[in-house]
Write a protein that binds this ligand. Structure first.
Ligand SMILES: Cc1cc2nc3c(=O)[nH]c(=O)nc-3n(C[C@H](O)[C@H](O)[C@H](O)COP(=O)(O)O)c2cc1C
Length: 178
C-alpha cells in the first residue's frame, strides 16, 4: 500500500489502447466497495468508454479537463444529494479509491473536478455534464476520473519532500518527530 501511495501521480497522457474489460470490471467493483457515511452509499458511477461522450465531457471546464479527450475511459462520480448530507465526502472517497485501484492495476488516472466549477461564464460544469449524460436533477456531479494506460511517467512521491510541518503531536503546534 505504501508503494502504491508513493507511485500514484496524476497522469494526463494516455495510450490510445482501450482499457481491458476485466480491468474496467475491477475498477467498477472497487468503486462500489467505497465506504460511505452510515453506509447510505449515495454515490453512483457512470463508466464512459464512448469516445464521443468522452470528447464532450472533456469540454466540461475551461481549464483542467481537455486532456480527458485522450483518455479511453472516464468514470463520472455522481451522487443523489437527497440521500445523504455528506455526499461530497462519500464521492471524494470513492474517487480516490478508483484512482488507487487504477494505479494498482497498472493504469494511470487523474481527477477532474466538476463540483463548483464552471464550463463557461453562464454554465456550470455540473449542468453541462448533466446534459451530456442525461442525469436527473437530484444527482450532483463530483468528479470525472480520467483513466488509461499511462503514456507519461511521473516521479514517485519523495518521502524527503513531505510536508512534515503539517503534522502535530498531541496538541496543535507541537512538532511531530518521525
Ligand atoms: C479534489 C481534486 C481536484 C482536482 N481537479 C483537477 C482538475 O480538474 N484537473 C486536473 O488536471 N487535475 C486535477 N486534480 C489533480 C491535482 O492537480 C493533483 O492531484 C495535484 O497536483 C498533485 O499531483 P499528483 O496527483 O501527481 O500527486 C485534482 C485533484 C484533486 C484531489
Amino acid at each position: 500500500m505504501n508503494d502504491l501511495l508513493k507511485k500514484r501521480r496524476s497522469i494526463r497522457k494516455f495510450k490510445q489502447q482501450p482499457v481491458a474489460p476485466d480491468l474496467i470490471d475491477k475498477l467498477a467493483r472497487a468503486a462500489l466497495m467505497s465506504p460511505s457515511s452510515r453506509k447510505i452509499n449515495p454515490w453512483e458511477f457512470i463508466i464512459v468508454t464512448d469516445p464521443e461522450l468522452i470528447s464532450k465531457l472533456s469540454a466540461c471546464k475551461e481549464h483542467g479537463s481537455a486532456f480527458l479527450k485522450g483518455a479511453p475511459l472516464g468514470i463520472v462520480v455522481i451522487a443523489d444529494e437527497t440521500k445523504s448530507d455528506v455526499w461530497v465526502e462519500d464521492t471524494s472517497i470513492a474517487s480516490v479509491i478508483i484512482q488507487l485501484t487504477a494505479e494498482d492495476l497498472g493504469l494511470g488516472s487523474c481527477w477532474i473536478q466538476v463540483r463548483k466549477r464552471m464550463k463557461d461564464s453562464s454554465t456550470t460544469s455540473e449542468d453541462y455534464v448533466r446534459s451530456v449524460l442525461g442525469l436527473p436533477g437530484n444527482y450532483k456531479v463530483a468528479s470525472v476520473i480520467a483513466i488509461g494506460y499511462p503514456a507519461e511517467t511521473r516521479p514517485p512521491c519523495d518521502e524527503n519532500e513531505l510536508l512534515y510541518e503539517k503534522l502535530h503531536s498531541n496538541k496543535f503546534g507541537n512538532c511531530m518527530k518521525l
